[in-house]
Design a protein around this ligand. Structure first.
Ligand code: KG4
Ligand code: ZN
Length: 339
């Protein structure tokens, strides 16, 4: 029997739906919420309201693109945690209603597990083959930075994570200090492309083990920009590409050095990237180059499977379906990331 599954992702400011059949993604629809850029960050209440407006057309589009009737669905999956509670509730209540009315199982999915398993979507990465278990994954998003060992789709262990800001936050907060609009990560990436990454030096924190820290870098950037502007009020405007390239280089070196340590300690050679920051061109290039030098098999999902999307919820839901890991209608959403 083939397994057709609808997945819904609504953890933050993207309303997304995907249909997957037997592990193949048939549709991957995303409605982004532009309203937040004028506030310099995601406003939770506005996000919830936008999800309510978007969810029916997004699900409808996902079904139409996949050429799938509601009656063909075998299960419905949704993001259960972590995320903004109001946003998660819109997706979970919608999924529960479908589960109840169509008499199909409900599958609760962890957003961070799904980012990792995006690497298991067939045709998702830059490689023909899928990563072999056990593999390592560096998950870098707006809210999380983790190194995970994945022994099977269901067995994931976090072996390193940030003690303060996430890598995406480091990009977004740096961009904010530079006067760039939210979310600034992609803009830092864009300006960095023409800048000199060695022009300005920022510190690399000494954090023991496999954990990360980005708050010291944030403070260093704040003081660096203050001093620069004291000397020349147009310091940022005159040096934007070099500043972006230098900040990006340091964020990347913090990430790659810990990943090298994790690979060295575990002896694992199949290594994946995941999360929104995996869309960063500098990180993708540094990851590939490091992998070539150290004999890793590197895997990077296409951009649409890096940033928040429902295809990653669908593939995770598919593996949970195979294990019959269904949830009761009483399952609750959670803002926290506990696995
Ligand atoms: O995974 P994601 O879409 O959402 C969360 O689960 O947080 O990640 C969003 C984060 C934001 O911080 C955004 O600025 C960052 O990913 N991001 C980037 C790039 N594209 C997205 N950061 C640096 N360079 C990029 N090209
Ligand atoms: Zn995410």
């Amino acid at each position: 029997m083939s397994i057709t599954l609808l997945a819904i992702e609504s953890s933050c400011d993207e309303t997304a739906a995907s249909v997957c059949r037997d592990g193949h993604i048939l549709s991957n629809i995303i409605a982004s919420q532009d309203i937040h850029s004028r506030y310099g960050g995601v406003v939770p209440e506005l996000a919830s309201r936008a999800h309510i407006q978007n969810i029916v057309p997004v699900v409808d589009q996902a079904l139409k693109t996949a050429g799938c009737e509601l009656s063909a669905l075998n299960a419905v999956a949704f993001t259960q945690a972590p995320g903004l509670i109001g946003s998660l509730l819109v997706g979970s209540e919608f999924a529960k209603s479908l589960s109840l009315s169509l008499h199909i199982p409900l599958i609760a999915v962890h957003h961070m597990q799904a980012h990792v398993l995006a690497n298991l979507i067939k045709g998702s990465t830059d490689q023909d083959a899928l990563p072999q278990f056990p593999f390592l994954c560096l998950t870098v998003s707006g809210g999380h930075t983790q190194i995970v060992i994945c022994r099977s789709p269901a067995e994931l262990k976090v072996i390193g994570e940030t003690t303060d800001d996430a890598a995406g936050e480091a990009f977004d907060k740096s961009a904010k200090m530079l006067g760039l609009p939210y979310p600034g990560g992609p803009l830092v990436d864009k300006y960095a492309a023409t800048g000199d990454p060695l022009r300005f030096k920022f510190p690399e924190p000494r954090i023991p083990g496999l954990n990360f820290s980005f708050s010291g870098l944030k403070t260093a950037i704040l003081y660096f920009l203050r001093d620069g502007k004291d000397k020349d009020p147009l310091f940022i405007e005159k040096n934007l590409p070099d500043i972006c390239a230098s900040i990006q280089r340091r964020i990347i070196s913090i990430l790659i050095n810990k990943l090298k340590k994790a690979a060295g300690e575990t002896g694992i050679k199949d290594i994946c990237l995941a999360g929104g920051v995996a869309a960063n061109k500098g990180l993708r290039a540094a990851f590939r180059e490091t992998g070539q030098g150290l004999g890793w098999n590197t895997f990077i999902p296409q951009m649409e499977y890096c940033t928040d999307n429902a295809a990653m919820i669908a593939i995770t839901g598919y593996f949970k379906f195979l294990e019959q890991q269904f949830s009761p209608l009483t399952v609750t959403v959670s803002a926290r990331a506990t696995w």
